[in-house]
Design a protein around this ligand. Structure first.
Ligand SMILES: Nc1ncnc2c1ncn2[C@@H]1O[C@H](COP(=O)(O)OP(=O)(O)OP(=O)(O)O)[C@@H](O)[C@H]1O
Ligand SMILES: [Mg+2]
Length: 272
């Protein structure tokens, strides 16, 4: 097992003043170097809130966060912004590319933000990354001309340009068709294996969860289960956290029955 990279201790996050919503309720979590982790749970359970805390996009109401033993709470907003740009890659459901800029320029944006300039070394790295994500022939195209799946692959390359320790992804395939979804999963796993950075991925998709080293499940602002693949198959893990039986037995490629949040084709098992 790798060393601990990000550590959250008794994290509480409350939104609102008069009427408070507790989005995180005493969450303690460690993410290790190189680990490929899925974060799952029903809508509103606090997944994005936790991801935003781990990425220093927001501060907890109570509790502590450490990155390689560095305490986030003593860092100023400017220090946090610099740290985020250098050390963490972000991928969101909507890719947030600048459509009129080329694919290559979009990948280089974090570099411009960090140093106000782009050197040849970084440009070479951006081209290598675009090759890794299968888009080398598109580097001079405006990103707005690409398909949804291709644009998301550009955002994967952009997340990697500063060689982050960890990539945080919030439903990275939530807006894609099933073929592009599969391509993006394969890509994330390949990057994890080849480049060794950790991934924490919020997903509603069983296939991503099954490809993970670890599955963390949340409910009502708390972590209710934390499974490492280790000696069990990913499917066994999924079955354990998907205890509700669905009367329909869907086949691979069919949609769910609409009654359940996620239906597992062929098994009748559901995750509600
Ligand atoms: N900026 C905010 N202001 C007030 N309440 C918020 C805010 N952001 C999130 N919440 C509340 O915090 C809770 C957790 O929200 P969060 O977005 O983390 O859930 P989620 O698990 O990511 O859900 P989804 O799967 O729908 O994206 C919800 O009750 C939500 O309404
Ligand atoms: Mg969310």
């Amino acid at each position: 097992m790798g060393n601990i990279l990000i550590s959250g201790v008794n994290l509480i996050k409350e939104y609102g003043t008069d009427f408070k919503t507790r989005a995180l309720n005493e969450v303690t979590i460690d993410i290790r170097e190189g680990e490929f982790t899925s974060l799952i749970g029903a809508s509103g359970c606090g997944k994005s809130t936790l991801l935003n805390m781990m990425g220093a996009l927001d501060r907890p109401t109570e509790g502590q966060l450490f990155f390689n033993d560095r305490d986030f709470s003593v860092m100023s907003e400017a220090e946090l912004a610099g740290f985020r740009n250098r050390s963490i890659g972000f991928i969101f459901q909507f890719h947030h590319l600048l459509p009129e800029f080329t694919v290559l320029e979009n990948v280089l944006i974090p570099t411009w933000i960090e140093s106000g300039t782009v050197n040849l070394k970084k440009e070479k790295r951006a081209i290598e990354l675009l090759e890794t994500v299968g888009l080398k022939d598109k580097i001079r195209n405006p990103s707005g001309n690409l398909s949804g799946g291709q644009q998301q692959r550009v955002s994967v390359a952009r997340a990697l340009i500063n060689d982050p320790y960890i990539v945080l992804a919030d439903e990275p395939t939530g807006n894609l068709d099933s073929e592009s979804t599969e391509q993006v999963y394969e890509l994330l796993r390949k990057i994890n294996a080849e480049l060794g950075m950790a991934f924490l991925i919020v997903t509603h998709d069983r296939h991503i969860a099954e490809k993970s080293d670890r599955i963390i499940e949340m409910k009502d602002g708390r972590i209710i289960s934390d499974y490492h693949s280790g000696d069990r198959t990913p499917e066994a893990i999924w079955n354990q956290i998907a205890p509700v039986n669905c009367k329909y037995r869907h086949r691979e490629g069919e949609g769910g029955c609409g009654e359940h949040r996620v239906c597992m084709p062929g098994t009748g098992r559901t995750k509600c």
